[in-house]
Design a protein. Structure first.
Length: 87
């Protein structure tokens, strides 16, 4: 798995899919501020491909993938993003 993960990251980078962040430290501070509240550990099962994609996003942003998941949950419960369910 690690070899495929690293290969996918390299291919993504070589395709120009990564974007530079103007002020990386400010962006890190902003994203980490979402994860500063009291926390409760949970167990969560995700499809392997989804976790792989979250890890790629986390590397692009310089944050642990767990923080990316925390940010997504926080943005959802605070109404910043909506869940689109099919009827």
């Amino acid at each position: 798995m690690k070899d495929n993960y690293e290969k996918d990251l390299l291919e993504s980078f070589e395709k120009g899919e990564w974007e530079s962040v103007e002020n990386l430290e400010a962006r890190k501070d902003e994203l980490q501020s979402y994860a500063t509240f009291s926390k409760k550990a949970i167990s969560l099962r995700l499809p392997e491909n989804d976790l792989h994609e979250i890890k790629k996003i986390s590397l692009k942003n310089g944050l642990p993938y767990q923080n990316i998941i925390q940010i997504l949950v926080h943005q959802f419960v605070s109404g910043k993003i909506e869940l689109k369910l099919q009827n």
